[in-house]
Each structure stands twice: as C-alpha cells, then as structure tokens.
Design a protein around this ligand. Sequence first.
Ligand code: FAD
Ligand code: GLY
Length: 374
Amino acid sequence: MSNTYDAIVIGGGVIGGSIAYNLAKRGSKVLLLEKDRLASKSSGAAAGMLGAQAEMDGVGSLFQLAKKSRGMFPTLANEIKEKTGIDIDLINKGMLKICLNDQDQQENKRIITTQRQNGEEAEWLTGSEIRKKEPAVSEAITGAMYLEKDGHVDATQLTLGFLKSATVLGVVIKEYVEVHSFKFSNGKVTGIETNEGHFTSDKIIVAGGAWSNKILAETGLQLDTYPVKGECFSVVIQQPLLSSTIFSHGCYLVPKKGGRIIVGATVIPRTFNQQVTVEGISLLMEKAKYLVPSIVEAEWERAWAGIRPQTADGLPYLGEHPIYKGLFVATGHFRNGILLSPITGEVIADLVEGKEPPLNLSPFRVERMVKQYT
Ligand code: FAD
Ligand code: GLY
C-alpha cells in the first residue's frame, strides 16, 4: 500500500478525529496516527459538557466559535449514528450555574444581562425555584443561572464516533505510531518520520493536544501552551438524582444515561502526571456532597485523569504554521475541546483545502503568540 496521502493528521483525540472525518467527507485520502490508543488522553477523560454559555461569558471570538459548534451537535449525532451505530448520548437538559453567596449572585446576574443583550437565552432561578426543578440540590444553593441550551455528550463515544466515521469514509488509522519528525523542502512540509517509517503528504495537521509543542519543537516554533491536569470520578445511582448539569466553582455534576453521574474536575497546571490522587478525589467528593447531599447514597464506579491543553491567552491555536506551508496546527482547546470539536474539524478542513472558513480565525492564528522562533 502506498505511503502517500492527501493529508496526515497527528493525534487520535477528538480534535484529530473531527479533522480526519471532515477531510474524508470532502473526498481526501487521509492517514491518522496515534502514538497510544485512540481517545486515551484528554478526549477520553472529559465530562462531555457543551458549556458554550456556562464556560464563557457570552462575548468574544471563542464564544462565537463555541456557539456555532454547540449548534452542530444534533446533526453530528445523527451522522455518526447512521454511519457507525455509535450513540454519542447527546442530552439537552440544560445547565444550572449555581450560586453559593452574594458575590456569585452578582456575577451570574451580570452574565445573564450580557448574554441576553447578545441574544442568548439565560434565566435566573431562585434557590426554591432550583429545588423545585432539582429536588436533590442542597439548601446552600441560593440561586442559579439556567442555561437551557448547554447540553452534554459522552466524550469517548464522540471521539470514537468521529474516528469510526472517518474509517467508514476510507481514512487509515494507525494506533501506537508516534510521529518523531517532519520532512521539509523549499519551505513546505513533505512528510513525517515515525516508529513505523516514513509517510508522505504535503498537508499535515498537528492535533496532539497537550503534546503538540513537543511535536512542533523541531520546526522552530514553540507555542505558548501548558498542560493542565484534571481528575474526575463517576458514581451510579438507581433513582436518577439530577436532570440538569450542576456547575459550580471547582465542581460539576453531569447526569449521564443509566443513573451515572460524572463529578469533575480538578485543575492542576503545568504537569503531565496523570495519576489520580486521594487529595484530588476527596476534594471533589466534599464539594459534590455539599451541592447534592444524597450523592453519598450512590455506588462508586471509577476515577480517572486527563491532561488539558491550555494556552497563555485561553484561545486555541487554529491555523497554518508561520514558516512551513502545508503544516497546520489545531490545539489548545483547554476545557472545551469536546464542545469545540465539530467546528474545529470544519474550519481546519477549510484551511487545508485553501477555502475561506465560515468564521474569522485571526484571533486563533498560530503566529499571534509564540514563545520562540529559531
Ligand atoms: P487529546 O485528547 O489529548 O489527543 C491528542 C492525542 O495526540 C493523544 O491521544 C496523544 O497520544 C496523541 N499524540 C501526541 N503526540 C503524538 C505523536 N508524536 N504522534 C502521534 N500521536 C501523538 N471539554 C469539553 O468540551 N467539555 C468538558 O466537559 C470537558 N471536560 C473535561 C474534563 C477533564 C477532566 C479533562 C482533562 C478535560 C475536559 N475537557 C472538556 C477538555 C477536552 O477533553 C480537551 O480540550 C480535548 O479532549 C482536547 O482534545 P485533543 O484531541 O486536542 O487532545
Ligand atoms: N470543561 C470541564 C473541565 O475541563 O473540567
């Protein structure tokens, strides 16, 4: 089989998966390489929230990207189901961004005003209105911003759904293949070297999550990014405890199918260590118990950790390498890579094809903030 492709994607997470899927939909012959197992890093660790409004204030370029991406999920869920039979478990029962004190209330009311001024739906609920809707939440909750459109998906199923849909469309996927270096000629990328030999393409996309800087190091480009560890755990309860996601400072509870609840997440910057610690999980348990006391009755399922790819200005890098033509970067999605995956796949496929993307990508350009060129 020829080792030459129209495009090569580095990274088998949700971002690489979405890019490969979008390129394949447009007829490209694509190779995707993953150094470990598919969905084994951040994308398999995520809670799957689509928190366009809960995680952003409702203004700015990232919010516009997130809002467009959130709106793509219903169609995407159907596409993946039809192509592969995989259900990404899209649940649209809203999020409650809750308040525990006056300061939280002032902040959330300010955000509601901003979001409404920008045409978004955001509702204020008092403590008793919340408990009417969600009887399990604690009396300590004094109010909340209710965001009806912020749903969630199963992050691993979404990632595998993109990847399997891509293979149905002809993408070649190789696990346990690590990209070591690039080949260049006359300022253009021409291929890569891996532990399984050489592959040729003049379009290569780096979607290596928190490891993207390591992949790019030899290109003389050091992005201003850093890893941020996050730990989560899950429990199962027979009688469903929650309908909407409960989102608070340092703790969220996401009610999944079958009485499963994901509780997340710690935020520990500048480490690639993926160990789950007693400290991290006990901190989350204390917070979860404070928000939803009857969670103590739930059955323990498991705990895990992942490494989020963060950037110094909080915006992802989406664009072409400033020195080498044909080399593209899609990383730095931090806490919102699941949410941002559909739009990222679409805009990167546009850039690879030389088409104008449907959104202004200049705030996300690669050269806006690099630590060094050599
Ligand atoms: P990854 O999933 O890390 O994938 C990158 C892949 O590249 C890895 O599999 C890696 O092995 C591979 N790779 C690296 N180097 C090489 C190489 N040299 N050769 C080949 N392959 C290579 N986002 C949301 O939108 N909603 C949430 O609710 C949410 N919750 C989260 C909760 C936690 C605890 C964590 C940790 C993250 C959460 N996120 C959430 C963030 C989200 O998981 C990330 O933004 C997203 O998964 C990043 O995807 P990625 O594909 O860029 O990175
Ligand atoms: N977006 C949730 C998290 O990163 O923990």
